[in-house]
Design a protein around this ligand. Structure first.
Ligand SMILES: [Zn+2]
Ligand SMILES: [Zn+2]
Length: 539
């Protein structure tokens, strides 16, 4: 902007756009006011500069134009104010004054300190930006933009544009990290743990937030577990430990659901360990072995009838139903369905007496052309077909039968020593069992929760299961430290019931939990599963 200077008559350039002489002076005044009087602060102490302060030959520190006095409050050429606030007390001093008239500070030294300070902050900001510490630059930038001094206008401008740049980069970084997160989640979902690691490894470390770091760790742990499972699987194959093999392959398939080799192996094990009866009932071969029966005294839910824990040896291999006996299976053989809880043929049969469970076993044997395992005499029936009384004795053989209480717990534990087949976390119960918390107060089709590591479903819930043994609350206290194929008391009034049920809480879903009822009892929480002796030892 070109204008005729009223005082000197020389032509000078003014920075303020479109301003006439009068307006230029006003604009200059305004800019001083803005710089030295932030609205929130009280007005600075007024100092009256004396014209004789002006050393001869003083030039504008910004544009080197000659200064004639303080009549102009700003440099007519570049607009720099002639007064600048003391960086210590905010008093206004002419820029050529050495010591502050308010506090006496050495103004040059103050400026030098501030300059050094802001420059080191600037370096810090650049470094932080380089290392993705964008968030941490913002308070520094904010401080930089509060310094009110004409000599620091350039730094303030720099802080302003850097703030905008940082904000933009933060948005870009967030979008990038969100993209990475989506990729990593997808890879995790499809169980590609190597891929998860690769995706996350390309991300600069500071950008990995806690969930992403955790995901990196999880993927690493999954890889390690897969490796160790592969070793265990090889070992189990060479030592022919099929129940071990089954557990390992099942866990492997949880981690690598789509691994074709593991799927093949599982099919082979299924073939080796599974029989399907003539009536389509699946039974799993359980190898004999030893385990600790009852609850450890440290179990927080321990009940008096569950201890002391004692060693039990199961001598022989046996088959046990993969599922509870369903209403459909019961109906087909018995030609009636006593269930009262759910109208669904895939749900477990309920409300069946112990005697009728025994009769079902015999009918299964007949259907398979096997000798019945039991003799049933003096049978008394209710009008709906259920047996409410009979003399039952064991004939033996390979026919279908109820598990002993020890066999049931052995099969339920599937090698585990914890309160549940999956460990000791009560929160996991709902993955394995239909019980009070998740059943909506009814039975559910069999096989919908997770199986235990021997591939048996609903051992922890849905309905309780009849065992053959008579019940005695003090049975374990009378047991030896080591029992071989225990069969319970010789007589009694109630039969053992095992496993949780849709109507009961988590406590009753534990492996060691014992319940009982008279053999003629009819209850919506009672069902059963069958088993058979396995004569051949070859797997
Ligand atoms: Zn100037
Ligand atoms: Zn001062």
């Amino acid at each position: 902007m070109v204008k005729l200077e009223p005082g000197g008559g020389s032509i000078v350039m003014l920075p303020s756009s479109g301003a006439s002489g009068t307006f230029a002076a006003e604009a200059g005044t305004e800019s001083i006011t803005q710089l030295i009087q932030p609205p929130a602060q009280p007005p600075p102490p007024v100092t009256t500069p004396l014209p004789e302060d002006l050393p001869p030959g003083t030039t504008c520190p910004q544009c080197q134009a000659a200064i004639r006095g303080l009549a102009d409050r700003t440099c007519p050429q570049c607009g720099r104010p002639y007064h600048e606030p003391c960086l210590n007390c905010q008093s206004l001093n002419p820029f050529w004054v050495r010591n502050c008239r308010g506090c006496g500070s050495d103004l040059l030294t103050l400026k030098q300190h501030m300059f050094a300070n802001l420059n080191s902050q600037k370096q810090q900001i650049l470094k932080l930006r380089e290392s993705y510490g964008h968030d941490r630059t913002l308070p520094l930038l904010k401080y930089m933009s509060t310094v009110n001094h004409p000599d620091f206008v350039a730094l303030k401008e720099w802080a302003k544009s850097m703030t905008m740049l940082i904000q933009k980069e933060r948005r870009d970084i967030k979008a990038y990290v969100d993209g990475i997160r989506a990729q990593a989640n997808a890879a995790m979902e499809s169980q590609k743990y190597e891929r998860v690691r690769q995706i996350l490894e390309q991300v600069p470390r500071p950008l990995l937030d806690e969930p992403l770091r955790q995901q990196y760790v999880d993927a690493g742990e999954a890889l390690t577990e897969v490796d160790s499972l592969v070793r265990e699987i090889r070992n189990a194959i060479s030592t022919k430990q099929y129940s071990q093999l089954l557990s390992c392959v099942q866990r492997y398939l949880e981690l690598k659901a789509n691994d074709p080799e593991a799927q093949n192996l599982q099919r082979k094990i299924e073939k080796l360990t599974m029989v399907v009866s003539a009536k389509g009932m699946k039974l799993r071969r359980i190898p004999g072995g030893r385990f600790y029966m009852g609850s450890h005294d440290s179990d927080e839910y321990l009940r008096n009838n569950e201890h002391p824990q004692h060693k039990v040896i199961i001598t022989n291999n046996f088959f046990i139903g993969v599922y509870l006996v369903t209403q459909k299976q019961f109906q087909e053989l018995m030609e009636y369905n006593p269930s009262i809880v759910a109208e669904n043929e895939d749900c477990p049969v309920d409300s069946v007496t112990w005697y009728s469970a025994i009769e079902f076993c015999n009918k299964m044997s007949e259907a398979e052309s096997l000798q019945p395992y039991y003799a049933l005499k003096a049978v008394r029936r209710r009008s709906n077909g259920l047996i409410e009384g009979a003399n039952v004795s064991i004939l033996g053989g390979e026919g279908f039968r109820l598990p002993s209480e020890a066999e049931w717990e052995y099969a339920c534990r599937a090698g585990s020593v914890s309160p549940w087949c999956f460990g000791d976390q009560v929160l996991d119960v709902s993955n394995y069992a239909w019980y009070y918390e998740n059943s909506s107060m009814e039975t559910h089709p069999v096989g919908q929760r997770k199986p235990n590591s021997w591939g048996l479903f609903d051992m922890h819930g849905n309905v309780m299961e009849w065992c053959y043994d008579w019940y005695n609350e003090f049975q374990y206290q009378q047991s030896s430290e080591e029992e071989t194929d225990p069969t319970g008391p010789v007589d009694g009034t109630a039969k053992v019931l095992r496993g949780g049920a849709w109507q009961f809480g988590a406590e009753a879903t534990r492996c060691a939990y014992r319940n009982n009822s008279t053999p003629d009892a009819i209850a919506g929480v009672i069902g059963f599963r069958v088993c058979r002796n396995a004569s051949d030892d070859a797997m």
